[in-house]
Design a protein around this ligand. Sequence first.
Ligand SMILES: [Fe+2]
Length: 462
Amino acid sequence: MPDTASDPASETVPGSALGDDLQARAAALLRSTANDLKRNDRDAEADLSLAPGAFAEYTSGRRPVTWELIERAARVWPVNERDLLPVRDDAPTGVRVCRAKESAATSRVIERGGGPYYEYRDTAMSRLSSYRPEWIRMLRTVDDDAPDNPAVEWNKGHLLYQFTYFVGPVNYYHEWEGVRHCVPMTTGDSVWGLPFGPHSFAARSDAEPAYILALTYGGDLTGDAQREIAALGTDAARDLALPSGADGALLASFLRARAMSAEELARRSGLSPDRVHTLCTGAGRAEWSELAALAPALGVPVRELLAPATRAHDGVSVRKGAGVRRWTYPDARRPAYRIAELAGDPLHPHTSALEVEVLTREEGGPPLTTHQHQYAYVLGEAPVTASWTRDGRSHTERLEPGDSAYAVPGVPLSLAAPEGGPAPRLLLLRIRGAVTPDVRFALGAMAADGIDRYVAEDRLWY
Ligand SMILES: [Fe+2]
């Protein structure tokens, strides 16, 4: 219930306005929130102690939304400040480039165990995606591959997922459940790691470059999910956790969610009650024919009954460059790019780590379009020409070795080798954002003008 009875009605809420770039989307969020709470303009004005007509001024963008208005709304309505705050769009052209010299300007030496251990440099990041990609040079050199080499300084592990691409003679150290491992890596090798596994890196030689591209990202573990679980607490988080590959836990979870007995599910699906019990306990895995009977009996898609299983061993999936799968894209008849598949894991079906060799010299050639956010780093010695279009405008940038870029989902990014040079090589890490397949299916199921209103609600809903 509103608790602003003591606040005098004011024509506007004083204080600092959000930036101009945020105003239109802040106005849409305010309207959308009032709609969700079934408040018309007069009700909203009463709740927020605004003068008649003021709410429409805010939601139409004629009057700037202020921090104080957001704070007041979060106090009187059951919403959070962040529900009313839009994200900043720092990639309005669709691609954000970070030059090698901008990266070099962020150089800082990280000490471990009282001495210099890493040189860190930022590469391309955007507020639109959860990447925290670093270029990291190893400053510590070791002369063996022993996992317990005392020269190696370990971290405690971190929340963010880490995809790592190796350049030069680098030892990768990782620990899982108390056991330490060392994997000697070289250029083209890669690894994908689960959260919170302690790890370290060291050079095997100081005679040649030894560095990594440590592409950490939160994916859907950070943001709303983490904030929700932080409020729910540790016990709730343990209850919510589903083991890798546990189809039975998923099925049992749906039965609880629908308050349905195994006998009822058996009746609906044609399976025996014993068989449903067995599947729920994880003692057996359902056959395809059983899944095809269980899914409609629960009213869910079959994919909701299939648990992904990680392929990580000791917390990591290592992929050696010498053995990776390679192919040409878009196809063998028009081989614009040669692709190499780097480390990944079935737990993240919407993450793709690729090494791309650019074969085409045609600017604006076949695009590397995807539903994912894209991060690119120019490896090797050859520059590359990147071109794309957004909102009807064409853009072209020449990317030099050591430059990196971020591209928003859906941007048709074409890469081309400049005339006469060697084939450029890039590292691509593509990740899904907050737009899960469920959200994409929901967008696809909306009524005709639904997507426009979802993007920027500007009207009362009734
Ligand atoms: Fe790390």
